[in-house]
Design a protein around this ligand. Sequence first.
Ligand code: BDP
Length: 624
Amino acid sequence: MNDQSTLRKMRKLILLPFLLFSCLLMSQVHPQDIALFPQSNPFRNLSDLSGIWNFKKDPENIGVNNKWFEGLHQTRPIAVPGSWNEQFTDSRDYLEVVWYETKTFVPADWSTEEVWIRFGSVNYHATVWVNGERLGIHEGGHLPFAFEISKVIQPGNHNSIVVRVENELKPSRVPTGNVPNGFFTNYPKSNFDFFPYAGINRKVWLYTLPKKGKINDITVKTDFENTTGKIAIAIEKTGKANSGEITLLGGPKTITKSFTFSGGKAMVEIEVPEVNLWSLKNPFLYDLRVVLKDGRHPLDRYELPVGVRTVSVNEKSILLNGEPVFLKGFGKHEDFPIFGRGVANPVIVKDYALLKWIGANSYRTSHYPYDEEYYRMADREGILIIDEIPAVGLFFHGDKNDLAERQRMCKQYLEELYYRDKNHPSVIMWCVANEPFSEKMNFSLEGGEPTDPNSIVAFQELFDLIKSLDDTRLTTLVGVMGGPLEWIGMADVVCINRYWGWYAQSGEIAKGAAVLNQEIEGLYAAFKKPIIVSEFGVDTYSGMHAEQAEMFTEEYQKEFIKAYLDVADSKDFVTGMHIWAFADFKTTQGIIRFGGMNYKGVFTRDRKPKMAAHYLRERWNEKE
Ligand code: BDP
């Protein structure tokens, strides 16, 4: 046995107890705990912990040993929510350990309730203490997690909340970084083309649930037949109550139904005469109210907007309520100067205003799930969402343990995503990965490289998992130029990112469009499934012009987009065109990312339209 392998074995032996211990701790967070977004009503309280918290870097990772969870010293202020990378003048590329701390008053009358804490998203690895007591950990950014804190909280007092966070880039993480022989050579070493913004990026909530009995989960599935809507509602509860009442408001007649639980679960079906379907033109939302009862006494209540609609697919189209729908829109990012990937409602509102202004009807949450507010807006505004987990740039070479851990994380992401987003009518498709690649891929049209059999097993597991959780939505996997056909063929809808006329056939838009034309004909013949070109775009410096379209000018972007849309218009099996990207966004540093930016936005980073935006506005509104 050589030294290397002895070392590896020893490392594994040392790590084993630690890994087992971490797994035990991780069982404390359960995806079902994030199923119902906290709300305030006569049975539930809610308190938003946004504000300026205390922050301290821990580059030597000494905080746990020195009990920083009991209180931080010599801190600097930081905004929560918000990424840390741009709030200071010295921490842009810092991704190692940091600590956050805040104190919050908890009302005395919360002592009779169950108290919980929920983090909207912490990138990437979080350990949480309340009043010095360790609650547990959560791994993975972009999705919420919650802990019950009834036993450690002191109602009627100020309580301390401390969070240890790190966002190191590792091959075992999702998204991946520091990949040996990775495709990207950027700094920091992300294996993806967006900045790895770190920290408590979304809101933190304290909330109460009724102690005697509570609604844990509601799953709504909708259908219709002629003019009658059908809503199937699955409810899960814990505690005393054994019956309940459901009310559907918003239609000409209020519908009420009583139900009883068996084994903590209940299933209620409602028929809605003269149903008002949720559609792009009329995103009608009913108000569903679920009340839990102990005899005649209500114990808990939860309200949920419900859109009655169906999503399906045929050989050529995605169907919304049985009608073909053509997806016009973008791949986006959660990205804005100063707060990075931190959520900010004015940006969300503005982005929806711009989506409407330009005539878009959909987008993909590339390359990770977005803040909940985006989905609630989409439900209200009638925008369709392809909901993606951060499985971007997956590869299948390298350390087997890393790959296994990464696969475990992909599954966790899918499960958490499902629980968080399953009741949004706007979500029509789950995306299990963006642009996986094989080691030898040459980004040519042929896509001829043999597929690693492990990759087929891995993706099949992800498709099976999401299908087993949700049989009411479509699935996809977004393919890269030259990627193996087996991967994209596994999906309900074939999604491909294409840059012919940019990364290949550079400067030659017509040639690029011809390649696209030929390629999608071939793909349709092979799969007989509808196709979405889920990314196509070119870097464009706002204000750069040429009388003949030339790379990086606004004219080139407009002509490129026009050429691709023309190809799509000539094929009845193309069911959507998503431009890359909605707005310019921050990336890591590398020679193809001038100023650490990707300039493929149709809007600038501060949401000013480029020439192509005006072009799209005319073209997409005309098509309507
Ligand atoms: C695709 C990726 C996307 C990149 C884009 C680009 O899916 O994340 O930003 O290309 O190169 O490969 O601009």
